[in-house]
Write a protein that binds this ligand. Structure first.
Ligand SMILES: NC(=O)c1ccc[n+]([C@@H]2O[C@H](COP(=O)([O-])OP(=O)(O)OC[C@H]3O[C@@H](n4cnc5c(N)ncnc54)[C@H](OP(=O)(O)O)[C@@H]3O)[C@@H](O)[C@H]2O)c1
Length: 198
C-alpha cells in the first residue's frame, strides 16, 4: 500500500480518500473493492500492467489517488512452486513491476510512504477461491502438516483500509495470532463443512 506524499492528500477524512487498487481480477483485490463499497470509500481499479510505467502514470494522473493498494502479483499456478521454474515471469511482475509502481509514486525518493502487509497462507470463508488455503489443502493429495501462521482474510482485510486511513507505514506481518496445522484445518473441515471428506 502506498500513501500519497503530497500534503493535501494526507487528510484522513473519509470524504478525502480515494483508493487506487491494483488487482481488479484477483481474489484479494476483488474483496478489497467490495470492502470499500461497504465502507463508502471511493476507489478505482488500476488499468495498467505493473511493469508498464506509462500505463501506471496514466492511472495516477486520471485517478489522483490518496492511497494505492497493490495486490497484483504472479502467485503461481497450480501453486507457488511455479515461481521457482518461471523466475523471469515472477521477477518481471513481483519485483520489477512492484518497484515500477513504487517509482511512479516517488517511493524511491520517499521510501517511508510504503505500507507492506505480508499475508501468509491466506484463508477465507469463501471456499470457491482457488487461492484460499482451505481450498488448496482439500484438493491436494498431500499437505505439509507443520503448524503455521495464517492470514484470516475476512478478519484482516478490513483492517487494511483502517490502516490506510491512519496512513500507517512500514512492514507488517499481516497474520492472526497463533499457529494452526494443515491437519487441524482438515479435521475442522470434516467436522463443519463436509463430513464425507477423507
Ligand atoms: N493466494 C495466495 O495463496 C497468497 C499467499 C501469500 C501471499 N499472497 C499475496 O496476496 C496478494 C494477492 O494475491 P491473490 O490471491 O489475490 O492473487 P490472484 O487472485 O492470483 O490475483 C493476482 C492478480 O495479479 C494480476 N497480475 C499478474 N501479473 C500482473 C502484472 N504484470 N500487472 C498487473 N497485474 C498482474 C493478475 O491479473 P491477470 O490474470 O490479468 O494477469 C491477478 O488478477 C499477492 O500479492 C500475493 O502474492 C497470496
Amino acid at each position: 500500500m502506498l500513501v500519497s506524499s503530497t500534503k493535501h492528500n494526507l487528510l484522513s477524512r473519509k470524504s478525502s480518500l480515494k483508493f487506487l487498487i491494483y488487482d481488479r481480477t484477483g481474489w484479494i483485490g476483488g474483496l478489497l473493492g467490495k470492502l470499500c463499497e461497504k465502507q463508502g470509500i471511493p476507489f478505482v481499479y488500476g488499468k495498467g500492467r505493473l511493469e508498464q510505467c506509462s500505463q501506471l502514470l496514466a492511472d495516477f494522473q486520471t485517478v489522483k489517488p490518496t492511497h494505492v493498494f497493490n495486490a497484483d502479483s504472479v502467485i503461481g499456478k497450480p501453486n507457488v512452486d511455479w515461481c521457482e521454474t518461471h523466475k523471469t515471469d515472477t521477477i518481471r511482475t513481483n519485483v520489477v513491476g512492484t518497484l515500477t509502481l513504487a517509482d511512479v509514486e516517488d517511493i524511491l525518493r520517499e521510501f517511508d510512504n510504503v505500507c507492506t502487509l505480508r499475508g501468509w497462507m491466506p484463508t477465507s470463508s469463501d471456499l470457491s477461491r482457488p487461492g484460499n488455503f482451505i481450498a488448496k489443502i482439500t484438493k491436494h493429495e498431500k499437505a505439509i502438516d507443520i503448524p503455521n501462521r495464517m492470514t484470516l482474510v475476512d478478519e484482516l482485510l478490513p483492517i487494511s483500509t483502517k490502516m490506510a486511513k491512519r496512513n500507517l507505514r512500514g512492514i507488517w506481518n499481516f497474520t492472526n495470532p497463533g499457529v494452526v496445522s494443515a491437519n487441524e484445518i482438515l479435521q475442522m473441515y470434516k467436522a463443519y463443512i463436509d463430513p464425507t471428506f477423507n
